[in-house]
Ligand binder design. Structure first.
Ligand code: PMP
Length: 405
């Protein structure tokens, strides 16, 4: 099977719209991906056919909503090769998933303990651990990167010690596209007895993720970066760890027994899912995963590789453009600065030509300081982008450069 790009694009209604009279060229996929009709249909179908609350109704609609919602959990469990469906916790997104883990960890860390992150963190995986350390008295250590935007693996390993209780790092950097060797990094961290969380926000949409093969303890990701709805995401964690993980929020659904004086908690996955969940979101996310899994993953990956290769080649030949992040193993992202221009101005001029990119610090302020840039312009690619669109990006950049000169 190969990728039928026209057929694939036709499944995304938004891709046929115009911006300012120009065809939309959507290159902001690391921020959020567009949604195929299959996902839109799943949401409309839920609200038109079986909207009801889950787990509590004594009626047909509630039973049906519960069945669809719990089937969605199975779809996620299969997709990431979870050990069991109990290991899949619905969250509002990657940020909430990381917060659940950091909140629990903050109750277990002590002065003298260390938490290790990297210089390339998104704020969601930095500030959260920084605050957990401040609350607990543990120390936050930051593994450096090389100028290429690759993790300095020797330095990372040198920072691991018996004091390292937790390691949190990204699968793929949102700002640079660097793919981390998470399997070997997780193995090194486990060897000193640390728990390992992978921020999978950017790693999840580029092929098969096998949490067991990675060897981590937690993997966090968002539906909206994977062709699904916003407001839904997943925390995967090992069952034995999640079973007694400190509860995050309290309320309905997550309890076993309640009196006026005290309460006991339910079992997984409910004990970490208080309140009415994002039912439609979960169903929509499962529809997105099923849609994604119906594609030929090898063809998808080859196409994404070709997009990045073309963008990189054109960027290298573009006078006055500096690529930020030149790791050997990169995916989906071209970050750059144009000599003498602020990234925000570049983004504005591109937008007038229908080209949507993101500019700024990409929620990674310390990383921008480390790389000595105020921010970057970032074009990020997804499976529905075409090589023609990459050409449009560079034509638009030429125009921006001449206007800003
Ligand atoms: N980590 C990374 C690497 C990200 O790219 C993002 C989203 N930009 C997040 C975490 C946070 O994801 P969300 O906003 O969906 O919670």
């Amino acid at each position: 099977m190969s990728l039928d790009l026209n057929g694939l694009r036709a499944q995304f209604p938004i891709l046929s719209r115009q911006v300012d009279g120009k065809p939309l060229v959507y290159l902001d996929n690391a921020a959020t991906t567009q949604k195929p009709q299959a996902v839109i249909d799943a949401l409309v179908n839920f609200y038109t056919q079986c909207n009801a609350n889950v787990h509590r109704g004594a009626h047909a609609l509630s039973d049906e909503a519960t069945r669809r919602y719990e089937q969605a959990r199975d779809v996620v469990a299969d997709f990431i090769r979870a050990g069991s469906r109990q290991e899949v916790i619905w969250t509002s997104g990657t940020t909430e998933a990381i917060n659940i883990v950091a909140n629990g960890m903050a109750q277990r860390l002590q002065p003298g303990d260390e938490v290790l992150v990297t210089e390339m963190e998104h704020h969601a995986n930095l500030v959260t651990w920084q605050q957990a350390c401040l609350r607990s008295g543990a120390q936050l250590k930051v593994a450096p990167i090389l100028d290429s935007g690759e993790l300095d693996v020797d330095a990372f390993n040198a920072l691991l010690s018996p004091q390292t209780r937790f390691v949190a790092l990204p699968h793929v950097s949102n700002a640079l596209g660097t793919v981390n060797p998470i399997q070997s990094l997780a193995a090194s961290a486990k060897a000193v007895g640390a728990l390992v969380l992978i921020d999978g926000a950017q790693g999840i949409a580029h092929g098969q993720v096998d949490v067991q093969a990675i060897g981590c303890d937690f993997y966090a990701f968002s539906g909206h970066k994977l062709f699904g709805p916003t407001g839904i995401g997943v925390l995967w964690g090992r069952q034995t760890i999640l079973e007694d993980w400190p509860v995050w929020q309290t309320g309905g659904e997550m309890i076993a027994k309640v009196s006026y004086e005290c309460a006991t908690w339910g079992t997984l996955p409910n004990r970490l899912e208080a309140g009415t969940p994002n039912i439609a979101g979960a169903i929509g996310m499962a529809a997105a995963i099923s849609w994604f899994m119906s594609l030929d993953v090898a063809a998808v990956q080859a196409h994404e590789k070709a997009l990045l290769a073309s963008a990189t080649e054109q960027a290298q030949a573009f006078e006055g453009l500096k690529i930020i992040g030149t790791a050997k193993d990169k995916i989906g992202v071209l970050s750059f600065v144009l000599d003498g221009s602020h990234p925000a101005d570049v983004g504005f001029i591109l937008d007038r030509q229908g080209v949507a990119i993101r500019t700024g610090d990409h929620c990674a302020q310390p990383l921008m300081r480390r790389l000595n840039v105020p921010g970057t312009a970032r074009a990020s690619f997804s499976i529905y982008n075409s090589l023609d669109e990459v050409d449009v990006l560079f034509k638009a950049l030429k125009k921006a450069q001449s206007m800003l000169a």
